[in-house]
Write a protein that binds this ligand. Structure first.
Ligand code: NBP
Length: 479
C-alpha cells in the first residue's frame, strides 16, 4: 500500500509527529530526511510504526497516495525553502505541502503564493506543544486554503490534543493565518511566563519562603482559576533540588533568559499593526535585560532599596500576588487577542477568536482552564472590542484590582522589578482613563511639526500658529 501522509525532517519534532501519525487508525506514514541516518534510526527504534521510508524526493512522491500530503518539520528558514522547492519538483497539482515548522507568517504568505501558482496547495501550520505535544497530541493552527483543509482536516484532527472531547485544531484562516496565530500564542506564552516569574520573585523576597514552599503555593494556585500547564510546571521547577550542590535548582541556574525569536516577532508585528501588546513586550525586554551581564554588573552598585520588605501578613500578601497575577494575565491575553483581531483585519483573515481560545485548551504551552472563559466571551459577543471588557473578565479585574495595585506599589517601594505586573496595570488604567495626556502630546506635535490636532468641541483639524500670533487656524489633516 501507499502512504496517506508523509513527514519530511526527522529531528525530534518530525520523528515524534511521524510516530503520532502512525499510531492513529488509518494512517500510513512515509518518511524522508536529508541525511538517511535519521530515517534509519527512526525505522530501527520504531518498527511498530510501519513507516514507509524514502531515500529521495522521487521515492517519497512515489510512496504517497494522491492527493499527496506531506508535512515539513525542518529548521525554519532556508531549510524550509529548500524542502519546498524539492517537493514542488516531484508533486503534482492538487497535492498538499504543509509546513509545520515555526515559520514567520510573512514567509508563509510568500511561500503560499508561490506554491499556489504551481497548482499545489501550501498550508502553513503552527504546531505547539514541543516534543511531547508532537508525540502525544499538539495544538495545531493550520492556515491555507479551504480546499486543502478538506483533505488535511481529518488527518490533523486525528493527531491533535483533545480538550473536553474536541480536537485542538481548526482551520484558522487562509495563507499565513495559522503561523500568525501560532506566533501570538508564543508571545502570550512569554508574557505568562514572565508574570509567573515576577509572582515567584515577589513572594520569595517578600515572605522569605523557600522555593519548595513557593512550589506548594503554585500547586495550590493550580487548583483554582489560575489552573494551567505553566503554573503546574513552575511548581515542578521550584521543587527541584540540584543533585550536585543540594541547593534549589532555581538558585544555581544562571539568571539570563534565552529566546528563539517568536516573542520578538510578536512585538515587531504588533508595533507594525499599532497594537499595544505591552505585557508581551515587557516579557521580551525582561529576557533581554537579564542577558546583559556587563550592564548589570556596571549598574549593580546604583542606589535603591535592596529588594527586601516587611510584610506583616504573609498569607494576605501571597493572595494579593495571586490576584495581581490573574489580573495581569487577563491583560496579556486581551492584548494578544487584540493583535489577532488587527492581524486578521490587515491580512483579510476570517479568524474565529473563540475557536482559537478553544484549540489552545490542550496540547500547547499556554493550555489553561481560563481559555474556556475566552471562548465563552467571544461566543456571547463576537464583536467584543477588548477581551478585558467582557463581563467575566471585567468582574475579575474589578475583584482583583486593589490587590494588583498593592502589589505594584510594594514592588516599586522595595525595588523589585515587576515590569509585566506594572505595565499591565498601566495599560489597564490607560484603557479606562477618561482623559489621557495624549492631548498634550498632540499639542507638542503641533508645536514642533505642525502635525495638527482635533478638538473635543468642534469638527475639523486645527493648527496653532506657534511661531506667529498663536491664533488657531483650520488645517489640512496631515497627521
Ligand atoms: P531542527 O529545527 O533542529 O531541524 C533539524 C531538521 O531540519 C533535520 O531533519 C535536518 O536534516 C533538517 N534540515 C536542515 Br537543519 N536544513 C535542511 C535543508 N536545507 N534541507 C532539508 N532538511 C534540512 O528540528 P526540530 O527541533 O525537530 O524542529 C523542527 C521544526 O519544528 C522547526 O521549525 C522548529 O522551529 C519547530 N519546533 C517547534 C517546537 C514546538 O514546540 N512547536 C519545538 C521545537 C521545534 P538533517 O538531519 O539532514 O540535518
Amino acid at each position: 500500500g501507499k502512504a496517506n501522509i508523509g513527514v519530511v525532517g526527522l529531528a525530534v519534532m518530525g520523528s515524534n509527529l511521524a510516530r503520532n501519525l502512525a499510531s492513529r487508525e488509518g494512517n500510513t506514514v512515509a518518511i524522508l530526511n536529508r541525511s538517511y541516518e535519521k530515517t534509519q534510526k527512526l525505522l530501527d527504534e520504531h518498527p511498530e510504526a510501519g513507516f514507509l521510508p524514502a531515500r529521495d524526493y522521487e521515492e517519497f512522491a512515489a510512496t504517497l497516495a494522491k492527493p499527496r500530503t506531506a508535512i515539513i518539520m525542518v529548521k525554519a528558514g532556508r531549510g524550509t525553502d529548500a524542502v519546498i522547492d524539492e517537493l514542488v519538483r516531484v508533486f503534482e497539482p492538487g497535492d498538499i505541502i504543509v509546513d509545520g515548522g515555526n515559520a514567520l507568517f510573512t514567509d508563509t504568505i510568500r511561500r503560499e503564493k508561490a506554491v499556489r501558482e504551481t497548482g499545489i496547495n501550501f498550508v502553513g501550520a503552527g504546531i505547539s506543544g514541543g516534543e511531547e505535544g508532537a508525540l502525544n497530541g499538539p495544538s495545531i493552527m493550520p492556515g491555507g486554503s479551504a480546499e486543502a483543509w478538506q483533505t488535511l482536516g481529518p488527518i490533523l484532527r486525528s493527531i491533535a490534543a483533545v480538550a473536553e472531547g474536541e480536537p485542538c485544531v481548526t482551520h484558522v484562516g487562509t495563507d499565513g493565518a495559522g503561523h500568525f496565530v501560532k506566533m501570538i500564542h508564543n508571545g502570550i506564552e512569554y508574557a505568562d511566563m514572565q508574570l509567573i516569574a515576577e509572582a515567584y520573585d515577589l513572594i520569595r523576597r517578600g515572605t522569605g519562603k523557600s522555593p519548595a514552599e513557593i512550589a506548594d503555593i503554585f500547586a495550590e494556585w493550580n487548583r483554582g482559576e489560575l489552573e494551567s500547564y505553566l503554573i503546574e510546571i513552575t511548581a515542578e521547577v521550584l521543587r527541584q533540588t540540584d543533585p550536585a550542590t543540594g541547593e534549589p535548582l532555581v538558585d544555581v541556574i544562571l539568571d539570563q533568559a534565552g529566546a528563539k525569536g517568536t516573542g520578538a516577532w510578536t512585538v515587531q508585528t504588533a508595533l507594525d499593526l499599532g497594537v499595544p501588546v505591552s505585557g508581551i513586550a515587557e516579557a521580551v525586554f525582561a529576557r533581554s535585560l537579564s542577558s546583559k551581564p556587563a550592564q548589570r554588573a556596571a549598574a549593580a552598585e546604583l542606589p535603591g532599596p535592596d529588594g527586601t520588605f516587611d510584610i506583616h501578613d504573609a498569607d494576605a500578601f501571597v493572595e494579593d500576588v495571586r490576584q495581581a497575577l490573574y489580573a495581569s494575565k487577563i491583560i496579556a491575553y486581551s492584548q494578544g487577542f487584540d493583535a489577532i483581531v488587527a492581524g486578521a483585519e490587515q491580512y483579510g483573515w476570517d479568524i474565529k477568536k473563540g475557536d482559537i481560545a478553544a484549540i489552545w485548551r490542550g496540547g500547547c504551552i499556554i493550555r489553561a482552564q481560563f481559555l474556556n472563559r475566552i471562548t465563552e466571551a467571544y461566543a456571547a459577543d463576537p464583536g467584543l472590542v477588548a477581551l478585558v471588557t467582557a463581563p467575566y473578565f471585567a468582574d475579575a479585574v474589578t475583584r482583583t484590582q486593589q490587590a494588583w495595585r498593592r502589589v505594584v506599589v510594594a514592588a516599586a517601594e522595595a525595588g523589585i522589578p515587576s515590569p509585566a505586573f506594572s505595565s499591565s496595570l498601566a495599560y489597564y488604567d490607560g484603557l479606562r482613563a477618561d482623559r489621557l495626556p495624549a492631548a498634550l502630546v498632540q499639542g507638542q506635535r503641533d508645536f514642533f511639526g505642525a502635525h495638527t490636532y482635533k478638538r473635543i468641541d468642534r469638527e475639523g483639524t486645527f493648527h496653532t500658529l506657534w511661531s506667529g500670533d498663536r491664533s488657531e487656524v483650520s488645517a489640512v489633516d496631515t497627521h
